[in-house]
Design a binder for this molecule. Structure first.
Ligand SMILES: C[S@@+](CC[C@H](N)C(=O)[O-])C[C@H]1O[C@@H](n2cnc3c(N)ncnc32)[C@H](O)[C@@H]1O
Length: 289
């Protein structure tokens, strides 16, 4: 038994949570109460909703909670501390070296899954897969799909390998190379991409600046340095009628659709907003060659 195990501390969970919330708020964490509750639930291995039922904290749990709270107060991403991040039906493992999947990307996933309605055994490519979150979510939602996931960074690849196992073909490659995956050219039903898209120099929170890999976030002065060549690769991959969805920065509401409309091979280009009404992703379809 570790020191402190089973020893009931003086402190109730209610008080411990209030202390943690204050510490996180003082550190500028945007959602201090939610983060404190998620960390406590993680320590205890219970759903967050059960926290209201708790009384006194065992000293070992309270100590672990204080240590995690202190790390979160230094703006280590919450998901690195929890060890996972959700994407639709899956939780993927995340930690240092990989981009933390964001909730808004679930909109891109939902659109992509709808585009596959009625397509049997679809062939799907996730460009810039990072942790493998989108690929894992598609493979889980559509067990009949053949899923490819492409990533350039070797640290991210290690996380993707862990998350995808044999559920997807993981490819070490550069999505700015139009010749990538020649065996799939003209055959793919759906290309999904959440690439780096933040314009260089944009101020970002410490969680992003100090922990998300730079290459995962920033893409040249206008943020389109990866999206522009990625669209060329996507056009080569897609079959006629195949669908494309690309997440982008909220400053790209007109420029990202313009990139797609600049290619005669694409049609039905539509811009989509996130739940806050900000421009978030663009979709299109491959015309017949
Ligand atoms: C914004 S993250 C998205 C990760 C994942 N799709 C998600 O939604 O959580 C972008 C990812 O693209 C990768 N990446 C950046 N440039 C790339 C390139 N030229 N080719 C392939 N992957 C690239 C980064 O390493 C990073 O993992």
């Amino acid at each position: 038994m570790a020191e402190g195990d089973g020893v009931v501390s003086e402190m109730s969970w209610r008080a411990a949570l209030a202390d943690a919330e204050r510490e996180l708020a003082a550190a500028g964490v945007p959602s201090p109460r939610v983060d404190a509750e998620l960390l406590a639930a993680h320590v205890l291995g219970v759903p967050r909703a059960q926290l209201t039922l708790l009384g006194a904290a065992e000293e070992s749990d309270a100590a672990e909670f204080r240590a995690l709270t202190a790390r979160r107060a230094t703006r280590v991403p919450l998901q690195y501390l929890l060890g996972t991040a959700p994407m639709g039906p899956v939780d993927v493992a995340v930690g240092p070296g990989v981009f933390v999947p964001r909730l808004e990307t679930e909109l891109l996933l939902e659109w992509g899954l709808r585009a596959l309605t009625g397509v049997p055994k679809p062939l799907v490519v996730d460009l810039c897969t990072g942790s493998g979150a989108l690929a894992a979510a598609v493979a889980t939602s559509r067990p009949d799909a053949d899923v490819y996931a492409v990533e350039l960074d070797s640290d991210a690849l290690a996380w993707a390998r862990r998350n995808l196992g044999d559920r997807a073909h993981l490819v070490h490659g550069d999505v700015t190379d139009p010749g990538l995956l020649p065996e799939l050219h003209g055959r793919v039903d759906l290309v999904l991409a959440n690439p780096p898209y933040v314009p260089e120099g944009t101020p970002v929170p410490p969680e992003v600046a100090d922990h998300d890999p730079h290459r995962a976030v920033f893409a040249g002065p206008d943020g389109l340095a990866v999206i522009r060549p990625l669209v060329v690769l996507a056009i080569r991959l897609l079959r006629p009628g195949g669908a494309l969805a690309i997440e982008h920065d909220d400053t790209h509401g007109s420029t990202a659709p313009a990139v797609l409309r600049g290619h005669a091979e694409l049609t039905d280009v539509v811009e989509h907003a996130d739940l806050a009404g900000r421009p978030r992703f663009v979709t299109g379809a491959r015309v017949a060659p």
